[in-house]
Write a new protein. Structure first.
Length: 119
């Protein structure tokens, strides 16, 4: 499985996980300029923005560790555009789903409220 296929497989696993815990998927791969939100979903009165990180190993660290401050700022900027375009009034939450996926195992870690918009 190449890098693109691994990422797509991870996003599919993440979507299935979110649906299984009650999320309504609003959009996948929302893009603005050259940035992207992996998954936008609703759960109760919240709009959930989920970044999915999939790796075939965690030997160099858990996948979620690659969502650094720069990546978080990028996600927040795209989210602001999504809010404007869709007249969003719900509370926003930022989650990360971290997946290790290979022939021998699949491990999913869902981190709710993984980060917050800061100045």
């Amino acid at each position: 499985m190449n890098h693109i296929e691994l990422g797509q497989a991870g996003e599919n696993i993440a979507v299935n996980h979110l649906i299984s815990i009650g999320h309504e998927i609003i959009v996948r791969n929302y893009t603005w300029k050259k940035s992207e939100i992996d998954i936008v979903s609703k759960l109760e009165n919240q709009l959930i923005i989920t970044e999915v990180k999939t790796r075939n190993s965690d030997a160099l660290g858990k996948p979620y560790l690659s969502v650094n401050k720069r990546k978080q700022q990028q996600i927040i900027k795209v989210t602001n555009q999504f809010i404007i375009e869709n007249d969003v009034n719900e509370e926003i939450r930022f989650d990360i789903i971290s997946i290790v996926l290979n022939r021998n195992r699949m491990n999913l870690e869902h981190i709710e409220n993984a980060f917050y918009p800061l100045r």
